[in-house]
Design a protein around this ligand. Sequence first.
Ligand code: MG
Length: 381
Amino acid sequence: MIKAVSILGSTGSIGRQSIAAAKHLGVPVVALTANKKIDSVEQQARELKPKFVAIFDENAANDLKIRLADTDIRVGSGMQGLIEAATLSEADCVVTAVSGSVGLRPTLAAISEKKRIALANKETLVCAGEIVMPAAKAVGAEIVPVDSEHSAIFQCLMGRQPGELKKILLTGSGGPFRGKSRAELENVTPEQAVKHPNWSMGAKISVDSATMMNKGLEFIEAMHLFGVTPDDIRVVVHPQSIVHSMVELVDGTVIAQLGVPDMGLPIQLAMTYPERKASPFAHLDFYAMKDMTFEAPDYEKTPCLKLAMDCARRGGTAPCIMSAANEVAVAMFLNHRLGYNRIYDCALQAVESIEIVNKPDLEAVLAADEQARVFVREHFS
Ligand code: MG
């Protein structure tokens, strides 16, 4: 089990649940970072007494510094602050729960210090899987996924030999609009889109779950994390979210990981791995359980999933462009400045319009990310 943890993105849904897990396990939280929500961070800092807190926004960081002047807690800011939090010598594990490509540099910095990465930032692998995975391998840094599906696959593969895996069966609930056509979804509001049937999550990922872009991002993430090709992954719609994903082995055996749909479980495992500890979460009751059903995705009705799978095959900066464009589009949708169906249009047009770079380095990845953001702002607002 880990000794101490830094939590990047501590005020978001995963960040708050990571703090709860650390408290339950008795693991000290030595660093926190947030974008600019200093009321929440101040509260967390006073309770947890970390060594260091970083606020990405410079002005907000200055405000927090004044507020925490009566404590020993150091306050940093900007990307430098995030990197410092990610590499703090006291921590042997870093939860990367920041949203978006801002997590990329801190994650790489933590890897170079051989920290365990409890990976909750999808963009890290979607945009830079070809950079991050070899970097982790080179120094022997562990990457333990926090995303429920990848945690499930990770668990199903524990103790397996590399040649034994035949297929990854990536499950997804299908979101709140499963089976609905594009025409039926034309007037969807942010309030409707963030209402996920099974999972309680942040707004951005809830919208991604509704469009199934989330499953597409997870498809790309799985490819990198488990070193497989797009042909080795099959998406399976499983509306009840009891099976969190499965692996099919070469002999035809399928191993599944099941549990209640609570992100607290994969978060705790990322901290206790390879051990298991008692958790405060509900256990599955098979007597009370209703049906479990499985079906193929309808790609006509989930074009974002199809686009992501196409980008996975295209490789290079295509997934990064798609993901960044989607991120901006979702933010605009949540602010009522963009229609629901236009989210897909944004991502598609960005991928079709921006030049895709093959085998990008980190600079090329970040440039593609920025280009996609500018593209969506210029063409869709
Ligand atoms: Mg997931």
